[in-house]
Design a protein around this ligand. Sequence first.
Ligand code: BES
Ligand code: MN
Ligand code: ZN
Length: 492
Amino acid sequence: MEIRFKDIGPESLKTDLLVVPVSEKRLEDTSIRALDRRLKGKLQERIQKSKFAGTEGASLLYSTAGVLPAANLLLIGLGKAADVDAEIWRRSGARARREATALGLEDIGFFFSPERDPAGAAAAIVEGALLASYQFTKYRSNAKNPLGIKTLTLHKPGLSRSSGMDQAVRITEQTVGAVFLARDLINEPPSVSTARYLGEQAERHCRGRGLSVDVWGKKKIESMKLAGLLAVNRGSQEEPRFITIHYKPAGKPRKKIALIGKGITFDSGGLSLKPSKSMETMKLDMAGGAAVIATMSRLPVLRPAVEVIGYIPTTDNLPGPNAQKPGDVIRYLNGKTIEVLNTDAEGRLILADALALAAKQKPDYMINLATLTGACMVALGTQVAGMFSNHHALAERVMRCAQESGEKLWQLPLVKEYREDIKSSVADIKNIGGGHGGAITAALILQEFVEEIPWAHLDIAGPAYTDRDIATCPKGGTGFGVRTLLRFLMTV
Ligand code: BES
Ligand code: MN
Ligand code: ZN
């Protein structure tokens, strides 16, 4: 899809589908009036007859029958003018794209009239339109290639195409490319998307200036004493991998940042086996790792001025004959021991290795992403990720980046008192807490391995995967986290 900007009004643009966003109680706006005059009052007539009032999510399609240069007119409701933010623009871009695709049209003209931050609004519209085009069809025998949208023209009289706008759109295109890579990695069936496969994909996608990839096999993992990863891998036929991706900027790095992603390619629960219903979507359990690989893959193009090291411990979690057993104890490279009482609490076991290893490099910040707990979904639902942090300024920054990216994040507390719940009778700690606050006890276990380094943990169990089609993503992996991470790296 080619993105263009034009400095003309809606009544002069030649396009298949002219999209005019309208906020509530603004149906008398000059742009609508101008269109209505050209359409001899027929547009207002249609608006009056319909229930269209500009509420968010509403739309009205009108065929101009050749009266205007634009063949069709689509009014899109934005809701209350004062509430129009980047997310609303993003969704309107997505809706325009879906509507055009459904109508079999190739070209969208989006009349674009933001009251503030035109560059941000332009980028959000483009982002929505791009995100809405994702499909995962490689396993469908009858996949019709839907008519692609060829051009999206943003137009506005008096629009001066600033370099800020070009830059914002360019970053958006890269970001969406990364989101799609993460979605592809998650959606791939679990017997294809193994640890080995993830290593190969990291090598394939993370190339270019300043970027290098190192994939450790089982021997190296043994010699590095990554005991948690080896313990979880014991029940599997597949070898584990430990993927490290290193990005060095051209100049002296402003900061050093470690990104750690959980890479469980399939979570059966191990001997603490999950019921079959809970296993249906457990290919999603490498979504954190996918987000880190995808984020890193775009750094040579986006070129942030920070050094970034991505760590992805990866294996599946299966109950093979040699599987780890409830009651086993793992000894970690920082000397700490964990008693495994539930083999389904495996994410924390492999993340502990990665966090300990990352901490040894003394990064300025560590951020980990993991589909870690069902408890976090109980707390926040499927659209909001939980965030835990030991560092106020980092937490604020991550929250702001998420907010600006349109990814929902909510901070949960690291309740010191709950450390009582993870005390073990034989080891330093155990891998499960008491019955309550499971997202918090999981985070407390991770915290044991981050030393004093400023750290943020994103529990993305809810938003990593959508079980129905939404405006910006079809059912499946969402690529959650990529947008927040890239924004963080570009602005930190
Ligand atoms: N991968 C799961 C968490 C999960 C659940 C992610 C649902 C996405 C959707 C994780 O490994 C797990 O099984 N957690 C257990 C922990 C429990 C045994 C302490 C859980 O949440 O039930
Ligand atoms: Mn599990
Ligand atoms: Zn898991």
